[in-house]
Design a protein around this ligand. Structure first.
Ligand code: NI
Length: 175
């Protein structure tokens, strides 16, 4: 188990456009395991490789729903390698997003509510599926990281500056 350091805004590496994965091998699978360890430890529901400084098109997601009766977290780890969005709905949904690279700051972001996506898993198998709800939101958020985009980049400059100011204040108080 390895917990990797998560890079935070304004680290310029977060603006990197990540490169496609060409070989899915044991080294990549070991890295993906570290990404899950890092995401669960943070804790978060999604992590892109660039958030640990690796500019590859790899994402991990686990929404970690709670079982309604027992209250226990149900783990559902998903790996997305070289993901693509094939179609997106005109219908939008709004979600109060956060990001491990913009710690403890949240803002409403509007995105297509339903997407059709294609990706490879850690065995190199291709998948194509229609996704909605939080999974669709989370995948779009993580895919933005592959293009060097953070959720705050979807906000107006005024709102983005407010979030960054709050983040700077929180960091100062923690120092
Ligand atoms: Ni993020």
């Amino acid at each position: 188990m390895a917990i990797l350091p998560i890079i935070e805004t304004p680290d310029p590496r977060l603006k990197t456009i990540s490169s496609p994965v060409e070989t899915i091998d044991d080294d990549l699978r070991a890295f993906i395991k570290d990404m899950f360890d890092t995401m669960y430890d943070a804790p978060g529901i999604g992590l892109a490789a660039i958030q640990v400084g690796v500019p590859k098109r790899v994402l991990v997601i686990d929404l970690q729903d709670k079982d309604e009766e027992t209250g226990k977290v149900i783990r559902d780890p998903r790996v997305f390698i070289n993901p693509e969005i094939l179609e997106e709905s005109e219908e939008l949904s709004v979600y109060n997003e956060g990001c491990l690279s913009v710690p403890e700051q949240y803002a409403d972001v509007e995105r297509p509510a339903v997407i059709k996506a294609r990706w490879l898993d850690e065995q190199g198998q291709s998948h194509e599926d229609v996704l909605d709800g939080l999974l669709a939101i989370c995948l779009q958020h993580e895919m933005d990281h592959l293009e060097g985009i953070l959720f705050i980049d979807h906000l107006s400059k005024l709102k983005r500056d407010m979030v960054l100011k709050k983040l700077a204040k929180a960091r100062k108080m923690a120092a």
